[in-house]
Design a protein around this ligand. Structure first.
Ligand code: 1AG
Length: 134
């Protein structure tokens, strides 16, 4: 039985989001708005099928995937670069590799106590986000 990420989660901390956005080439004005946001994630998980909706007052992002099945991701409303994306289980962590123009791009989701963690990686930058149940 894999970890259960189901729920509605609110961002409570966001370390080095700025560095991550710079690595993705997000412009200054967009970064200024984006770093003020307190996004919420709604996660629906059925076995290895995931629906992750990240919402905010500025942008929204929906990611749907099955663990172990590579797909094309468009990153619409984020940096808009297309990637070949593959998400796998590493023990109870969900590990995503986003292959494309940017090196070392991906993320990891895991649960720790009552918190949801997300590490976002791009090139030499790591952003660490923590979410609590809404
Ligand atoms: C995400 O992926 C994507 C959502 O969590 C936000 C994460 C990073 C934002 C990426 C690049 C910044 C680009 C533009 C900034 C503009 C708006 C920020 C919007 C934030 C809310 C959508 C992992 C996820 C799995 O899909 O949880």
């Amino acid at each position: 039985m894999p970890a259960d990420f189901n729920g509605t989660w609110n961002l409570v901390s966001n370390d080095n989001f700025e560095g991550y956005m710079v690595a993705l080439g997000i412009d200054f004005a967009t970064r200024k708005i984006a770093k003020m946001l307190k996004p919420q994630k709604v996660i629906k998980q059925e076995g290895d099928s995931f629906y992750i909706h990240t919402t905010s007052t500025f942008r929204d992002y929906v990611l749907q995937f099955k663990v172990g099945e590579e797909f094309e991701e468009d990153n619409k409303g984020l940096d808009n670069r297309k990637c070949k994306t593959l998400i796998t289980w590493e023990n109870d962590k969900l590990v995503c590799v986003q292959t494309g123009e940017k090196k070392n791009r991906g993320w990891t989701h895991w649960l720790e106590g009552d918190d949801l963690h997300l590490e976002l990686r791009c090139e030499n930058q790591v952003c660490r986000q923590v979410f609590k149940r809404a």
